[in-house]
Design a protein. Sequence first.
Length: 353
Amino acid sequence: MSKSFEFYRLKNGVRVVLVPMSGVKSVGVGVYVGTGSRHETEKVNGISHFLEHMVFKGTKKFPTPADTSYLEGLGAIQNAWTDVDATAYWCKLPSDKWREGLEMVKELALYPTIPSKDLEIERGVILEEIQRRNDRPDELVAEGLQAVMFPNSALGRPTLGRSEIIKGLCRADFLEYHQSQYRSANVVVSLAGNLASSVKRSVADWFGKLPEGKARGFEKVGKVGRGLKIVNKKLANQAHVELGVQGVNVTDPRRFALTILTSYLGQGLSSRLFMELREKRGLCYAVQASESRWRDTGEWDVYAGVNIDKLEEALVGILSELSRTKQTKLTKKELAQTKEKIRGPIIYSMEDP
């Protein structure tokens, strides 16, 4: 399967990435906007994610939810997501339907109508999603860790937002946020797969008219906080614990070494934490290390779900493995195996548009 990347900018600043892939019969289409929960003020915390939901309620060309979901009838998989610093609208569909897919993600990202009649309905959906998060201790400890590490910062606030804020958001808030953040220089259009020769022309026609202008940025993180946060769920039968330290940003040259360390310590069945805490000592079902990288900082953490009575033993075990790794270099064999463990999923992902 041959593949090459092509990157260019439209005259208005929209970035375009094309990845032709021979031997496949589908196309992946995505519009990525450089805005997320970190770009929100505290007053509208959660609006990025709420907006991502609302776009499916209708656009200029596709005015109803039935219209915005019609791609499924063409065999498409369609979805969207919101993160700390990005929002994405994407679909994957048969290659002969690429134009319909590109048009739909264009409409969702650029021309949502935010119908007032649907706002209250979707508000209820968001509030239920927040309640679901509140019933999941593993998600609460991750949220609590970021609140401790990044106090007085948007990074310390939940992407879903808080119920009291979600209840107060009005249509004007969404329109203002969309106009502010969905600017040409803040948008990336990406297509991968069996691409038609007319793709470039369609991208230019549909995205070249997006208004120029600089989107609102984010406040840089100050000193990373230290401390302990305890979330008490009386009905929980398991203790969930997450330990975190400051990681590296997206351009830090140490990021590759940290990825190797993360995989070696806490990714997969062969990782040190899994072998020691689960396989050898039976202290937990889930234990893993993970990392997040943003433009100006990062986070590195270890999570475990353990029997409440064995929490102290598990914490000692985690800290012992961290200390052992710090004091003992990886062998050449361990390093080579870890690199291959990372390389494999990268290869697999490159086979899927």
